[in-house]
Design a protein around this ligand. Structure first.
Ligand SMILES: [Zn+2]
Length: 394
């Protein structure tokens, strides 16, 4: 198979001039630059773990929601009995412990006051009274890991730049839009994929282990909850670390695709100028138009990140799966989200409908401030570690 079948055909727009794409060449699978999948996954502990899940684990049972959530990163199907248990019966998160866990990167965190002791007490009371906590997170929880959000006043991408995320229809319709998307994504990937979970991610992971957190739903696509070790989790909008074929559904790791990009674009150089929440960066049209985009190695179809772009909808199966988890919960905590996007907001509406108490931890106003039981304007990584959670699993 030649590049003609493996590269995306690009219809060149008249707004910029591109040289024609190569039409002949070796198949991706025969390119010498690509090491074997097994040796590739051994460099990084996370990649190794993901690789092991993908290639070494027994088949995962069918999921009660969309195919796109079936991946080495997603573990929603796991049961509590499979979780490792904590040693001590009671766990505390003191302020000193949290500080030593990770050093927050505050460049993209909106300014806010330190947690008010009275508010900390209120959140403590809220969490203590919850037996099955449903947690929803958004970009605000990842800003302390150095990933900018879109909407925060002053520091969000909307405030600092004219950047807007790609629209789903544009990605599907336009080969040159996909070329631009992937060229930018290729440049941004090394930095974007290197971000690490912060204290807030780690605390939520521990709440899960302690039996406090019933289910976690994240609107983020950065894999930081997965990197932290959360398992009872749904990635509502997918994850940038997975890529799938729109035609045959074949799914690969985003890190594998990076190696395809490198093999196809050995001399292509570009620099990243500010990475967006979706891993995007800024590039000129001249830089973009020389970038070669591989197609699916199985069928030649279009590759797309396993991410719900703006303008697309979350699958019905996934939505009803999350509603079921919410129905099993007795309270809802929103952490780091203004809940402006309906795909997440609908679960807050459902929680209100069920008269569940709702607490919000977010710097700045949210769409549900008027019906929340509690609203705190603090950093997630600063406040969550102050909450004491008992181990209910023993
Ligand atoms: Zn395919």
């Amino acid at each position: 198979m030649g590049f003609g079948a493996l590269l995306e055909p690009v219809k060149h727009n008249s707004d910029f001039h591109c040289p024609p794409l190569r039409s002949e060449g070796p198949a991706l699978s025969s390119l010498p630059q690509l090491p074997s999948e097994r040796s590739r996954a051994s460099k990084d502990p996370l990649q190794q773990e993901l690789h092991d899940k993908r290639f070494s684990s027994p088949p995962v049972p069918a999921l009660p929601f969309s195919r796109t959530d079936y991946s080495p990163f997603s573990s929603c199907e796991r049961t509590r009995s499979a979780l490792p248990c904590r040693g001590p019966a009671r766990q505390h998160y003191a302020r000193s412990q949290s500080v030593s866990r990770t050093s927050p990167n505050l460049a993209f965190v909106p300014a806010c006051l330190p947690p008010d002791p009275v508010e900390v007490e209120e959140l403590q009371h809220f969490v203590s009274n919850s037996k099955r906590l449903f947690v929803m997170t958004g970009a605000g929880i990842s800003t302390e890991s150095g990933i900018p959000d879109y909407r925060s006043e002053g520091v969000g991408l909307y405030a600092r730049t004219d950047r807007r995320p790609i629209q789903h229809a544009e990605f599907i319709r336009s080969a040159s839009a996909r070329q631009r998307y992937w060229a930018r994504n290729f440049v941004g990937w090394p930095q974007f994929s290197s971000h690490q979970p912060n204290t807030a991610h780690l605390v939520l992971r521990d709440w899960e282990k302690l039996g406090k957190l019933h289910w976690l739903v994240t609107q983020n696509v950065d894999a930081l909850h997965t990197k932290a070790g959360s398992q009872r989790m749904t990635e509502l909008h997918g994850c940038t670390h997975r890529v799938f074929c729109l035609a045959c559904g074949d799914q690969i790791l985003r890190s594998e695709l990076q190696e395809h990009f490198e093999a196809l674009n050995p001399t292509w150089k570009a620099e990243a100028f500010g990475v967006a929440p979706d891993g995007d960066v800024f590039l000129t049209d001249e830089q973009v138009c020389n970038f070669q985009v591989p197609a699916c190695s199985k069928c030649g179809g279009i590759l797309k990140p396993d991410v719900t772009f703006f303008g697309d909808t979350v699958s019905r199966e996934k939505v009803s799966f999350v509603h079921e988890r919410l129905a099993e919960s007795d309270s809802m905590l929103v952490a780091g989200s203004s809940m402006q996007v309906y795909s997440g907001y609908r679960f807050a509406l459902a929680a209100r409908e069920k008269q569940l108490p709702i607490a919000i931890l977010n710097i700045g106003p949210t769409r549900l401030d008027h019906f929340a039981s509690l609203k705190l304007n603090s950093r997630c990584g600063e406040l969550l570690p102050l909450i004491v959670v008992d181990d209910t699993t023993s």
